[in-house]
Design a protein around this ligand. Structure first.
Ligand code: TTP
Ligand code: MG
Length: 358
């Protein structure tokens, strides 16, 4: 297999940058999107505000304490969605292997690309230029041979950064990296690692495969590999992610099993009602959890048949929830989705059938 070329793109201070773009009075100022000095949390802050230590998920009153001239701006999700669509269109100029992680962030596999550019850094430069000229906003790009490193790289020289981690630099780089920066290490896991004296990649690397699995379960094997720069996860294009999903953003952060179970029970009712109505069941059930500090994990369970039984769906969902809540708790969003859907598969068979005609 040839060395892959992966780019991770992430918009800079996304919501805040859109607000400053659309309202010249906000430019150069410390602004926070969402929240107010009395209630609510901030979704993000402009770089001018970050100098005072203001940032995502911070309560508004705290931001005000840190800098009393902070300007609170109401979020306009429609505007962010529009930019998100624009950048998606730009990405498609270069590759169709795009995996969006959120409105402002995506992985791209450019090993082979539509402009036949062999140097991934050049592709990243072009994407950055396009994003700037079409949206009038900046983004940061990370370039590497795997998702994990590309993601870390994009964060290294924000804003307007372009960072490349070459294969021969990977191991050294990972050794000095604090474990809390590892993609997939949430607050709880980081704490556990710290209590074991594991602060950096080098510390983590001292654990044997058996030790690391004993201590961190399934995630252990993943940590074992990534700290050695091994990450073969493919960039999963959007289109193979057809699913039926129900999600709830919670009013309070939840870390208690009982509360989580109650919420899940409500989600399950709605989820099952929709599956039944669509008469479209899946072979895979996926749990999504978003932590209070915005880390997202998804955990799936698959069968080799379409899961139609309500009790079975329920037991799969609760098992996934109980096994994974600790990793990201407290959570602010719980979601459930069904994929590998019956109808989607029929559709694909249909498409393949059609393709044979050409
Ligand atoms: P991020 O990419 O995490 O942050 P950002 O784009 O604002 O800043 P950076 O330059 O560091 O990338 O998140 C993208 C958007 O998602 C952000 O603009 C607002 C929203 N968001 C929230 O609503 N709550 C959160 O806790 C976080 C982290 C982000
Ligand atoms: Mg961003």
């Amino acid at each position: 297999m040839p060395q892959r070329k992966i780019i991770h793109i992430d918009m800079d201070a996304f919501y805040a940058a859109v607000e400053q773009r659309d309202n010249p009075e906000l430019r150069g100022k410390a602004i926070a999107v969402g929240g107010s000095e009395r209630r609510g949390v901030i979704t993000t802050a402009s770089y001018e505000a970050r100098k005072y230590g203001i940032g995502s998920a911070m309560p508004g009153f705290k931001a005000k304490q840190l800098y009393d001239k902070i300007i609170f701006v109401k979020p306009r999700f429609q505007a962010y969605k529009e930019v998100s669509n624009q950048i998606r269109t730009i990405f498609h100029k270069y590759t169709d292997i795009i995996e969006p992680l959120s409105l402002d962030e995506a992985f791209l596999d450019v090993t082979e690309n539509k402009i036949n550019e062999p140097i991934a850094t050049e592709v990243a430069k072009k994407i950055k230029q396009d994003v700037k000229s079409i949206t009038d906003l900046t983004c940061s790009a990370g370039v590497s041979y795997c998702k994990f490193l590309a993601k870390i790289a994009s964060d290294m020289n924000k804003p307007d950064g372009l960072t490349v981690i070459k294969p021969h630099q990977a191991e050294k780089f990972l050794e000095t990296l604090p474990v809390k920066k590892f993609f997939g290490v949430g607050k709880v896991t980081a704490k556990k690692m710290h209590s074991m004296g594991i602060e950096t990649g080098a510390d983590l690397k001292r654990l044997s495969k058996v030790e690391i699995s004993e201590r961190f379960g399934k995630m252990g094997a993943y940590f074992y590999d990534i700290v050695r720069g091994i990450d073969n996860r493919p960039v999963k294009p959007d289109r193979i992610r057809k699913s039926l999903a129900v999600e709830r953003t919670l009013e309070f952060n939840v870390d208690d099993y009982e509360d989580a179970e109650n919420i899940m029970t409500k989600i399950l009712e709605e989820f099952y009602r929709r599956l039944k109505k669509a008469q479209n069941y899946g072979r895979t059930i996926t749990l999504k959890l978003k932590s209070a500090d915005f880390k997202i994990i998804t955990r799936s369970s698959s069968r080799n048949y379409f899961i139609r039984n309500e009790e079975e769906i329920k037991s799969i969902a609760l098992k996934l929830l109980f096994e994974n809540l600790d990793e990201v708790a407290p959570v602010r969003l719980i979601g459930l989705s069904a994929s590998n859907l019956e109808k989607e598969q029929k559709e694909e068979e249909g498409q393949n059938g059609q393709m044979k005609l050409f």
